[in-house]
Design a binder for this molecule. Structure first.
Ligand code: F6R
Length: 595
């Protein structure tokens, strides 16, 4: 979602702000802006659209100054337009904000009655006005920021610039992540450490309720109770390699190709960690798995695994539904939350609900120091590395890998899987990186099918058992980046309604591993073929008359992880032939920190 950067140094910050904003572009945005202290005034440049629009503006009307803040906005309150773009400002105070201020209407009414005039439809604009209001009462800048944030309900990560305090920036977080950076001559703030990867050598991740004052040479932090605190200083680990396409045309393609390595690292990092953890499934009454989007499809595959290999009752749900339906949670149950970013607002809220219901909380995250990691009793990390493409690829297959490991552990703890059987299944996991490599070296089939899909307006994906969630993930990938309408179905469900969508040449992408349900799926395929569908089979055996994407099965257990790759490649190549923006698809954000 939105990206925040801020910098204060002895020279000029504009280049630091722009390079930081470029690094958070991947989060998704539709307008951008900066505010800089320029000739003792707050000067802003804001533009609708991508950063090049803002850069053009800055080329025509340059800004120079030693303290500034910047923002890429993903619209929530009000259209993507210049008036709604951040930073929002009064003459004295400029603010960039991630999150949502739930009581902004009340605050706005009160401030309007006091004579404040608002220019935007955003919730954010109340913040600079509120701070200005407290400054006018004679408060110090720090006290005014403190007083203002205490009035805010909702979630925020804030960067604040003050006209009359040129030596400091202010930062605060509640519910949205914010990281500070220190360099030899300057201090930085950002919503995402990747924004600081060129600049800061040391990083400080603010905790919930923290507020910070950043000077050129020092950073002071106070906690939620206004006590001065020292937070852990981490050395920067995000390398520039994560931000480099490494010769690939798009981040998404690079990340698809990183999967063999990411899967291998995930197994290596977690096999022992899992064994050593005190996580015990033996007497568990039920496992609830909650996530959003692609992470939810990982949960849906895992449900099959936990039921089959561990005899464990599993309930899965999307977080936005789960959190509001007052779900019954049994005694001695555990709840597992899956999130690449670790900051998805709905998943975090669902976690807090399950905690209140006294469930054991397990989280699977890719971003180690994230809220969903911090609030869990047991945390396991996918080793996907930074994922820049908005459409999730390596995060998904590493989530599946980790879930597979956990399911095997649960199966053994519950006495369902014998040691020999567990070893056999583990071998499939060990062979997975090589099988992925083989598949990735030859993507001519997916390229060919992508040409066929180029002009499609609808596509169906079908599969049974663990191929069903992979079919849904395939459909999600295709619609996200190629904008072709696509839906995934259990193959046996087609004739209960969706088959009505099949017209002459409707593409039906059919996941057809040679597993115990092969014949059943094949019958469903013939049913849609008979109605004019263009069948594309994905599996080890081509069938005469059908387009085919070849996949060498690895085994019933790990097949879903392997079959995710042709789904990703098909979406990728289709998007490329249709000329869409692969890495930053329209309207989408990488980390969804609003509900
Ligand atoms: C799709 C995609 C999204 C995310 C979803 C959850 O390609 O990336 O559907 O999977 O927004 O995000 P996380 O995993 O960060 O909680």
């Amino acid at each position: 979602m939105c990206g925040i950067v801020g910098a204060i140094n002895g020279g000029t910050v504009i280049n630091d702000l722009l390079s930081g904003l470029h690094r958070v572009e991947y989060r998704g945005y539709d307008s951008a802006g900066v505010a800089i202290l320029h000739n003792q005034e707050i000067a802003r440049r804001r533009a609708e659209g991508k950063l090049n629009q803002l850069e053009e503006l800055l080329f025509k009307a340059p800004l120079d100054g030693a303290a500034g803040i910047g923002h890429t906005r993903w619209a929530t309150h009000g259209m993507p337009c210049v008036a709604n773009a951040h930073p929002h400002a009064t003459a004295q105070v400029a603010v960039v904000h991630n999150g949502i201020i739930e009581n902004f209407k009340d605050i706005r009414e009160q401030l309007t009655a006091d004579g404040h005039v608002f220019e935007s439809e955003t919730d954010t604009e109340v913040i600079p006005h509120l701070i200005t209001h407290y400054l006018a009462k004679g408060m110090s800048p720090e006290a005014a920021v403190q007083e203002a944030i205490e009035k805010l309900r909702g979630a925020y990560a804030l960067g604040v610039l003050m006209r009359d305090d040129p030596d400091h920036l202010y930062a605060a977080r509640k519910g949205s992540p914010l990281v500070l950076g220190k360099a030899e001559h300057g201090a930085y703030l950002a919503s995402d450490s990747i924004a600081l990867s060129e600049k800061a050598s040391e990083l400080i991740f603010l905790q919930e309720g923290d507020m910070a004052v950043l000077g050129r040479d020092q950073i002071e932090i106070t906690d939620i109770c206004h006590r001065k605190v020292k937070r852990k200083v981490a050395t920067r680990t995000t390398t520039n390699a994560a931000c480099d396409k490494n010769g690939y045309a798009h981040y998404m393609l690079k990340e698809i190709h990183e999967q063999p390595d990411a899967v291998e690292k995930t197994v290596q990092a977690n096999a022992n960690a899992l064994y050593d953890s005190a996580l015990d499934f033996s007497d568990l009454s039920r496992l609830t798995i909650v996530a959003c989007g692609t992470s939810f499809y990982a949960a849906s595959v895992a449900k099959y695994w936990f039921e089959k290999y561990a005899d464990l009752p599993v309930e899965t749900d999307i977080a936005s539904e789960f959190r509001y339906r007052s779900p019954y949670m049994p005694q001695n149950g555990a709840a597992l939350f899956i999130s690449q970013s670790g900051e998805t607002a709905d998943t975090l809220a669902a976690l807090r609900y399950a905690k209140d219901q006294e469930q054991k909380i397990i989280s699977l995250v890719n971003v180690a120091d994230s809220s969903i990691a911090r609030e869990a009793d047991y945390v396991f990390h996918t080793m996907a590395g930074t994922e820049i493409g908005v459409a999730s690829t390596k995060a998904f297959t590493t989530q599946l890998t980790l879930l597979a490991l956990i399911a095997l552990q649960a199966g053994q703890q519950r006495g369902v899987l014998s040691h020999d059987k567990a070893m056999k299944l583990t071998q499939e996991l060990d062979e997975l990186p090589q099988a992925m490599k083989r598949l990735l070296t030859c993507d001519s089939d997916t390229r060919h099918v992508a040409q066929e899909l180029e002009r499609a307006s609808n596509a169906l994906f079908i599969g049974r058992n663990t191929s069903f969630p992979i079919a849904m993930e395939g459909a999600l990938k295709l619609k996200e980046i190629s904008y072709i309408h696509a839906e995934g179905f259990g193959a046996g469900e087609l004739k209960h309604g969706p088959i009505a969508l099949v017209e002459q040449d409707t593409p039906v992408i059919s996941l057809l591993p040679k597993d115990s349900l092969y014949e059943k799926t094949l019958s469903n395929i013939y049913e849609v073929e008979a109605r004019g569908a263009q069948i594309i089979t994905v599996g080890p055996e081509p069938i005469d008359g059908f387009l085919h994407i070849d996949v060498d099965d690895i085994g019933e257990f790990c097949n879903p992880i392997l079959y995710a790759l042709p789904m990703q490649l098909l979406a990728y190549h289709t998007a490329v032939v249709r000329g869409t923006n692969v890495d930053q698809p329209r309207n989408l954000a990488k980390s969804v920190t609003v509900e």
